[in-house]
Design a protein around this ligand. Sequence first.
Ligand code: CDP
Ligand code: CDP
Length: 226
Amino acid sequence: EGKFVIITIDGPAGAGKSTVAKKVAHTLGYEYLDTGALYRAIALYLRDKKVPPVESDEMRTALSNVDIHFEKERIYLDGRDVSAEIRTVEIETIVSSYAKLSMVREKLLEIQRKLGSLGNIVADGRDMGTVVFPEAILKIYLNAELKERAKRRWNDIKASGRDLSLEEVEVQLKKRDEEDSKRKHSPLRVPDGAFVIDSTDLTADQIAERVVELAENVIKSRGDCR
Ligand code: CDP
Ligand code: CDP
């Protein structure tokens, strides 16, 4: 068992994972670990190097040379701030095809475990509670109806000045969820022992409060061993 407290939040796209994880991390004074950003950055990196989403020696070499790190919730790829670039629709359409490869997942497993050993964290993604941090003291599975998740994502896209129809967003989201849930390595699923929260009719603040309360109860019940 590690020294630090780990709280995991898994779930499909647009469920509210990152919004809730940030709020919980802020309230508890923990770090927020955005593992989706790592997968997006790797997809951007390999695409720029013209390495297709198929395991190859070329991919292995590229992955062994990549430098990804976070600083103040911004993500850097080989020293360049790519926080905005990884959020484009283009990356969103390719990210799952890279994320399904075990070569990519193994590389990121190493990075994620290292980040999880440095301090208390709230980590969000698809396999946080199942594979990366099975020892987490609290596991959340956040879900919401597809229509609601698509609407949320569509609002984000509109706010950033891009033009995409709600239908297009919904189709994309559904496709990515299917790819993430049906893949062989670390598919999205409810971790054993996770609390399942449906966020369809809840605000991010309501969910964050609920998660903080659950966390405080677990920490209290574990006694003063830390
Ligand atoms: O924000 P959103 O939920 O749309 O996506 P994200 O969390 O940024 O993750 C982007 C993609 O990375 C997902 O669709 C997955 O393909 C992949 N991912 C993963 O495979 N495992 C994780 N722990 C996190 C993300
Ligand atoms: O990280 P994930 O893809 O699961 O979702 P997110 O990026 O945290 O949330 C997507 C959008 O939905 C954001 O604009 C949130 O502010 C919004 N949201 C919401 O309207 N209601 C919630 N209960 C949670 C998130």
